[in-house]
Ligand binder design. Sequence first.
Ligand SMILES: C[S@@+](CC[C@H](N)C(=O)[O-])C[C@H]1O[C@@H](n2cnc3c(N)ncnc32)[C@H](O)[C@@H]1O
Length: 305
Amino acid sequence: MGGCPLVHCHENGPGGVHIGDSDQMSMIDSDRGERGGTWGSSEAAAEWMRGAAARVQPFGPATERMLDLANIRSGNQVLDVGAGAGDQTLAAARRVGPTGFVLATDISASMLGVTAMSARQAELSNVGTRVMDAQNLDLESDSFDAVISCDALMLIPDIRKALAEMQRVLRLGGTVAAIVFSTPEKCPYLSIPHTIARRVGALTTPSDPFGEFRLAGPDVLSDACSKAGFHEVAIHRFLTRRRFPSLADAMQYAKGPLPLRELMAQLTPVQREQAWAEIEKALQQFVGPDGYDSPCELLIGVGTK
Ligand SMILES: C[S@@+](CC[C@H](N)C(=O)[O-])C[C@H]1O[C@@H](n2cnc3c(N)ncnc32)[C@H](O)[C@@H]1O
């Protein structure tokens, strides 16, 4: 099936994402985070866009594996949930080809603005974007061949509801494949800064494990998929690396608009300085002759409707 039969393509979001004639981030008029949370502002989207090259090495091969596991083929209708700046959206769009279609959804209009712009730059006309909360997909049931999600599912407040919605919109026999982070000790680049910031700021953890690691524990992701009604649930481990030319580069990337930045904002300036100094010292253990290099294990949850 080709085109965009079930969805409205390139819609303006509630905050009025406007992709104009110029490919400038200044053209993206976002909802300034009202609904988009951490990634809601245009600054966050711009920062995420700047980090695109740094994401290719750790997440590019994992994304291709996710698309394999989702069994995405030419002509497929694919839904991307928490699409963000659309790295995996574009990869999926290349696989489904001109007779297929990929709908990128996200709660942040700004992030989807980047996706739409990137699709246009890549001359992919088979990509649409819609601002949507993953917990309440405004989409017809049984309408997609595959649902994908990268680095987003664990951030959604009601994960079970989001998975149930993904299951609802899949056609019978369709597949969901979602990438999430493995346990904190297997993702030190992410977990060390968070742990230090919390300790230095004496911050209580609202949920444990925090944010990014909510689906990392044994059987957590597979149980969630099964409870949402998926069959043939399997969890695939994917080992990747976080590599940067130097520790300074790793530190600079860590200071991006991620949940860590929000965490750091809760610290006093003195605590912040102390936390960053401690993080730099702790991450030093991963510096070798070729720069910064630490392991990062991802989980890819797969299920069938
Ligand atoms: C870490 S980013 C990942 C973006 C992209 N998938 C990638 O891997 O580059 C997480 C994304 O999830 C989105 N998100 C968070 N909560 C959401 C929700 N309830 N519904 C839809 N998207 C959500 C954020 O706006 C953000 O774009």
